[in-house]
Design a protein around this ligand. Structure first.
Ligand code: CA
Length: 217
């Protein structure tokens, strides 16, 4: 899953980006409102973390502009704990908010909830035959045993599972699993798919030649 963080405080931005990467997300950053809106409007994100007080374009305006074209879940971060600011953020199109200072564990839990809600999944667990994906623990279980997957392999399985029954193109996988600083070649997707098949069974992921991949519902 790929997340955009829009935050003008450099220390907080880099700490957030690092924590999110450690939690398995591909992360892009913007330090200024206009750049944030430009990136967020590109449509490749599973969630956006948005500071409200930003140079260039404030968070409320950014949100209203973004909502003209994108339904991506937005978690607003604000130093202001005043009720009118939070209400204004939610009314401008935010899906959730967190007041600074916040605990990282809560930010991560809220992001997971936003992302699975956006995928139409209320439960953090996705059952698929003999497999179960625990999106909170980031573990795939088979018959009660955790399957050892690398973070990228897990991310691939989770992304396909969130789109269970739908064709997922290689471009979608590339957009949602890799961030803009990731210079890995897109053909690595095939390597990850191949490794996942070795671990979860060769029929787990179906290839549609020239189109992409899917996990059957
Ligand atoms: Ca700020």
């Amino acid at each position: 899953m790929r997340v955009l963080v829009i935050e003008d405080e450099p220390d907080l931005l880099s700490a957030l980006a690092q924590s999110l990467r450690e939690a398995g997300y591909a992360v892009d950053c913007a330090e200024e409102g206009c750049e944030g809106l430009f990136k967020a409007s590109s449509g490749g994100y599973d969630a956006v973390v948005l500071d409200l007080m930003l140079p260039g374009l404030d968070g409320w305006t950014l949100l209203r502009e973004l909502r003209k074209s994108q339904t991506v879940p937005v978690l607003v971060l604000t130093a202001r704990d005043a009720l009118p600011d939070r209400v204004r953020g939610l009314d401008a199109g935010a899906d959730d908010y967190l007041t600074k200072p916040f605990q990282l564990a809560e930010l991560l839990a809220r992001l997971r909830a936003l992302i699975r809600r956006a995928a139409g999944k209320a439960s953090p667990r996705i059952a698929m035959g003999e497999l179960e994906i625990d999106t909170a623990a980031r573990v795939v279980w088979r018959d009660g045993e955790a399957v050892p997957l690398t973070p990228r392999e897990y991310a691939l399985v989770e992304f396909l599972a969130m789109h269970k029954g739908e064709l997922v193109t290689r471009t979608m996988i590339y957009d949602h699993l890799f961030d803009e600083e990731d210079d890995s070649m897109s053909n690595l997707v095939d390597v990850h798919v191949s490794n996942v098949r070795k671990k979860l069974g060769k029929d787990f992921i179906t290839t549609r030649r020239g189109e992409g991949y899917l996990i059957h519902a």
